[in-house]
Write a protein that binds this ligand. Structure first.
Ligand SMILES: *Cc1c(COP(=O)(O)O)cnc(C)c1O
Length: 237
């Protein structure tokens, strides 16, 4: 087995045991392979190993990969935009991606809705929550969620599917779980109000177990699948 296939199998195993430990069905947890900065050849290896959902952080890089794989005849891949989104890049996301995890203001949501091509299904969106309340990170505080969600569900070109967060790094399981739990409670509440809500994007390599125990339905894993990233080749697109 090559490295990426081997790594993927290991990550899937970890998801399986994390789900088993808390009595959840591992089918409830989608693995998003974060392929930012990685070449198409690495993504091809992951596809060959059965992976279909990929996450990208940089708009232009993501669009290039989406086009490449479309031209190569892949029709069943799912592309998730998971990076910070500026207004001037929203059109490319609306036109090419299937999901956007980082919606944190009405202006961006409105643009994505207006710019979504009419021949495509609505863009799936997650509202990003700034759960650790860090000045530097994007996302809205939980207190602002109800108001933004109510506005987003009125937009025809996008569909609200749930919540996403990037918690501050925390080494202790109990603390990871406490933060993940706050997200899970907000997610459960949102779900009761909007039937389209089914996705909690939470958990990376270091806090995946706690996120799954708390109720995450989508974990975002990069390095453990594709290896360390080289950022010198990729700047600011
Ligand atoms: C890069 C990134 C990941 C994956 O991080 P790894 O540490 O490589 O697993 C997950 N989520 C987001 C939002 C990211 O930007």
């Amino acid at each position: 087995m090559n490295d990426i296939a081997h790594n993927l199998a290991q990550v899937r195993d970890k998801i399986l045991s994390a789900a088993a430990r808390c009595g959840r069905d591992s089918e409830e947890v989608t693995l998003l392979a974060v392929s930012k900065t990685k070449p198409a050849s690495a993504i091809e290896e992951a596809i060959a190993a059965g992976q279909r959902a990929f996450g990208e952080n940089y708009v232009q890089e993501g669009v290039d990969k989406i086009r490449y794989f479309q031209e190569a005849g892949h029709r069943d891949l799912q592309w998730h935009f998971i990076g910070p989104l500026q207004s001037n890049k929203s059109r490319l996301v609306a036109e090419h991606f299937d999901w956007c995890h980082t919606v944190d203001r009405l202006k961006i949501a409105t643009r994505l809705s207006e710019q979504r091509p009419a021949d495509k299904p609505p863009l799936n969106v997650l509202i990003q929550i700034n759960i650790s309340d860090e000045q530097s990170k994007s996302g809205i505080p939980l207190a602002s969620l109800d108001a933004l969600a109510a506005e987003i569900v009125e937009l025809p070109g996008i569909q609200l599917r749930g919540l996403m967060a990037i918690p501050a790094p925390e080494t202790e399981y109990e603390r990871q779980f406490a933060v993940a739990r706050q997200m899970a409670v907000a997610f459960a509440e949102l779900k009761t109000r909007y039937p389209t809500v089914d996705t909690l994007s939470l958990g990376m390599s270091d806090d995946m177990d706690a996120a799954i125990a708390a109720g995450s339905t989508m974990v975002r894993i990069g390095t453990a699948i594709f290896g360390a990233r080289d950022y010198t080749k990729n700047k600011g697109n």
